[in-house]
Design a protein around this ligand. Sequence first.
Ligand SMILES: Nc1ncnc2c1ncn2[C@@H]1O[C@H](COP(=O)(O)OP(=O)(O)OP(=O)(O)O)[C@@H](O)[C@H]1O
Length: 713
Amino acid sequence: MTLRIRSAVPGRARWEIPEILDRPDFALELARVLVGHASLASVAVNALTGRVLVHFDKKTPLAEVEKILHEALHLAREAHALRKHDPASAPAETGTSSSPALPAGKATTARTQPLFRLFERSQHHRRLFTLTLATTILDRAFDAAPSLMISAGLDIVTRGPQSSIARLGFKSTASQLSVLGAASLGAWTLDSATGYAHARLSSRLANVVQHDLRKDVYRHIQTLDLAEFEGRQMAEWLSVLQEDINRLEEFLKEGIDPLITILVNIIIVGAAFVTTYPPLAAVQFLIFPAIYYVSAEFLGPIRKRLIASRRAQALLDNLMVGNLSGLATVLGFNAQEREASRVEQASLEFVASSDEATALSSAYVPAIRTVAGFGFLTTLVWGAGLVVRGRIAASAYNFLAYTSLRLLGTLGWIGLALNQYQRTMVSLERVLNVLDKRPTILSGPRPLPTERVVGDLVLDNVVFGYTPEHPVLRGINMHFAAGKTTAIVGSNGAGKSTVLKLLLRFYDANAGAVRLDGIDVRELDLADLRTSMALVSQQIFLFAGSIRDNIAYARPDATMAEIEWAAKMAEAHDFITAMPAKYDTDVGEGGSRLSGGQRQRIAIARALLSQRPILVFDEATSAMDNETEAALQRSLREATQGRTTVMVVHRLSTARNADYIYVLDAGVVCEQGRHEDLVAQNGLYASFWRIQTGEAALPAPPSDPSGSSSPAS
Ligand SMILES: Nc1ncnc2c1ncn2[C@@H]1O[C@H](COP(=O)(O)OP(=O)(O)OP(=O)(O)O)[C@@H](O)[C@H]1O
């Protein structure tokens, strides 16, 4: 059986489909097929729980929807099989930036209900959720106990033998008071117990949901294309991972409470009024359509302003994080004042947008209270009249007035609660948007364990551009022979680093193919492909921690002897042992306590220790002095024996040692060969060589366009 119905009411049904459980790709395929269906209003497919929730027209028979689901499953299976076979057939909508899991259109309803989606995701905490809800409701219900007890006391005082307690069989005043005392004690005890349980459970629920979401978002972010990170500021990711998820936690801990309180109070007040004097209840309930009307007028505009305010906050965060990480540049250019003004301006814009949102939400609270005040006023005046005419007891009037007042108080919270709810939903949507993003670089089906990698790399007529209108590589052919060292040289922006990014499949070629050992890299298992290569990138990243930990990052199980071997090969051992704490030296945040050349040597040691068959160096020695670099070249010759090494270099004294050299110019290979041949060709490489060896004069600085002579002349 492929489908199992879990629940169904007219217009809504939930199925369990074990086939999609833990198979997000397949679930996505199913969602794609379903959301295009004209008979369905909305669809939510959850691979975590293996469930599918469908909203449809109440008149559509359930059997018909089930048939649609069967057909969709069939289509999804076919599409999924095709996709596995040919990953390139992934539709455009799964593409780069903000493409959601469920495409636009019919899924809008499901997608615009972030809280609903959160509950779908958190199904495995259903027990905790139910318990939390139950204790919250009980806690709020017991809150009404004091006014009930006071009314019961008043009942004993004013009606004696006719009081409600007397009617239970307690004739004497003493016994009635004892019952009242015992009931009060019991109610208080239960109130305290449910209060404690509610506080503990709601906090636990908020923590686990927050933890799950943070963990899932973080894991998911790591699966996304590198393009997502190169095109977006880091602070944006951080604000989703931190602020947005924290806001959700706050809401689960404190925001749901008022909403439940309001609901419980409405039920208590409703019950009290209906049982005491129904016409009074009818008048009380007349305020709710009015509240609904006021809410409808306010909530849409409030939401829009909240979104604008959150965006302004994200911009401000980006600016501050960016500035602080580039503080040395800001100080170096003495631009503190300029940057402080930019931050001030962004902060003012945030304050203004936040003010706008608050202005509206603040007006909303009094508007609701004014409407709700009519309910209390009616109870106070009409209720008093009813007591005077003997229609209701004074104690009942007391209870009604109290509960009505409580309702008035809590309705005032509606504004605050909905305000917090709206803010949380804006944040939750941002979190879910990240989870909806899909990588375009998908793993291929063919495994290639590291021990089977020969290391022969080919770029076959590769065309690539980060954007379609700006091609960076224009049909290049390259061969990085197994076990050999190949250098790529060329001027800035020629496309050298881009070649390396294609080797590691950070991006896919727009045309042509990249092959490892004769296999198109798109067919290879992505983890296997990347595990076959050790990259030392232009921007070295060291983790805060010791030198030893940083070198061992590639192989946490490496012995100290192996770590030292790698450090010696990378010409790092001497400077490390000269430091007071040697291999235990703390490198600081991002390696900030080391010099650029030292950081590069640690990164090379890390790559060598990894023992991967292919080494990819992107200007890995650019910050080293000539002497260290020359020594490193000698060591590398030994350490890279039998491994394919691809290195992007600017220093031609480094390229000179390579077995083969490619010269890139504006995205095409303009020359290739061994150093001596290239020098003999007397082309671009030879001109670079002459400049670097001082045989050619450097180009003269541009002459002053005004024609005035320089001060020196
Ligand atoms: N993530 C990106 N998004 C858009 N364009 C990019 C991106 N990365 C690089 N480019 C552009 O692609 C071109 C080639 O960049 P690449 O980094 O490959 O050059 P390079 O030859 O390594 O240069 P350099 O010697 O300065 O490191 C440049 O014009 C650059 O602006």
